[in-house]
Design a protein around this ligand. Structure first.
Ligand SMILES: NC(=O)c1ccc[n+]([C@@H]2O[C@H](COP(=O)([O-])OP(=O)(O)OC[C@H]3O[C@@H](n4cnc5c(N)ncnc54)[C@H](OP(=O)(O)O)[C@@H]3O)[C@@H](O)[C@H]2O)c1
Length: 320
């Protein structure tokens, strides 16, 4: 099979597409013929080993796992003798961001108890693969608060994969969403469910007089300090990033102690729960991942370079 590999940390030039043996599923494992995956921001962090904290679990000197990839959609082609939850022929999708999944390959194995579900017939492999990373991180914004339909929430970065997913979740709960993006993307972001859009190139949203129940910084480009005046008394600023100076970790602890307006990081947890929610919203036609472009596997270096540029609009899919 063909697999996308690297042996050291670095940029997309480190990537090699190599031939290797198809893995054998162990007792409770499935062998999946992968049909689609994505290159996402987590894949870029796994490729580069940055921020440094990534190397603590990926391998300090060299990466422990050579084959890249954190999400997948494909068909089960073989099952280990102990498998009970899936069968040969099932269309499946899943996610694991620990750097060991190896889904950027024609075949991969996965334990049946990991983050994996079946794909409904009406959902394509491309849509399924483009859903878990952003959908999971987006879900980790909304499950940190009690959402009600009376709320007003601002999403900074409506065209990021996570921002686009988050807007759709908020629309599902009837929240009045304001999102930032460039003017050229206004229509696209409104279609996702934003009631108001702000052109971040023309206007700094933190200087407006508007008040929000919560602010979700889905691109980590703002700060708690700047957003605090816009928050209502018990409002939360939740970011997908640690902050320009890594300050969000400390702010998370201090604002927990002081009460009132809080700073939080969208630390992801319980990915299977996120996938269950995504599947529910696929079926009610309330969630469709925003797809920027689709590449074949042999152009995956270009895909990594595009994603690392920080200018993708939604998700970048690899289909094979
Ligand atoms: N918490 C986690 O574990 C975790 C996991 C994955 C990703 N992340 C982080 O989450 C962030 C978002 O990732 P992503 O994959 O959703 O998207 P992304 O690829 O980082 O987002 C790119 C989009 O953000 C827009 N953007 C750039 N600067 C902006 C600004 N100042 N204001 C508003 N929009 C702006 C860009 O639009 P233009 O091209 O029009 O400028 C582009 O469409 C990244 O910083 C990533 O590192 C965190």
């Amino acid at each position: 099979m063909k697999a996308v590999t690297r042996s050291t940390y670095g940029d997309a030039s480190m990537i090699e597409i190599v031939e290797m043996d198809v893995p054998k599923p162990k007792d409770h494992e499935l062998l999946v013929r992968v049909h689609a995956t994505t290159v996402n921001r987590t894949d870029c962090a796994i490729l580069t080993g940055k921020p440094f904290i990534m190397k603590l679990f990926l391998g300090l000197g060299r990466p422990k796992h050579q084959v890249l990839g954190t999400d997948f959609a494909g068909e089960v082609v073989e099952v280990g003798p102990g498998v009970t939850k899936f069968k040969k022929g099932d269309r499946v999708w899943g996610f694991d961001d620990n750097g060991a999944l190896g889904s950027q390959a024609e075949y991969m194995t996965i334990h049946e108890d990991k983050t994996i579900l079946t794909v409904p017939d009406e959902v394509t492999y491309e849509v399924a693969a483009a859903s878990p990373e952003a959908g999971h991180y987006g879900y980790n914004f909304i499950n940190k608060i009690k959402i009600t339909s009376e709320q007003k929430i601002l999403v900074n970065g409506g065209t990021g994969a996570i921002g686009a997913a988050t807007i759709q979740y908020l629309k599902h709960y009837g929240v009045e969403v304001t999102a930032t993006c460039r003017k050229v993307h206004f229509d696209q972001v409104k279609k996702l469910g934003a009631a108001h859009v702000i052109d971040y190139e023309k206007e700094d949203f933190t200087t407006t007089a508007e008040k929000y129940d919560h602010i979700f910084d889905a691109v980590g480009k703002s700060t708690f300090g700047k957003c605090k005046p816009l928050l209502k008394p018990k409002g939360k600023y939740i970011s997908s990033e640690l902050g320009p100076d890594g300050q969000n970790i400390l702010l998370m602890m201090t604002t927990l102690l002081t009460g009132g307006k809080r700073c939080q990081i969208a630390i992801p947890a319980k990915p299977l729960e996120s996938l269950v929610k995504i599947r529910e919203l696929w079926l009610s036609h309330e969630f469709t991942p925003l797809i920027d472009r689709t590449y074949p596997m042999d152009q995956i270096k270009e895909a990594y370079t595009h994603v690392a540029s920080g200018s993708k609009v939604g998700n970048v899919v690899i289909s094979y």
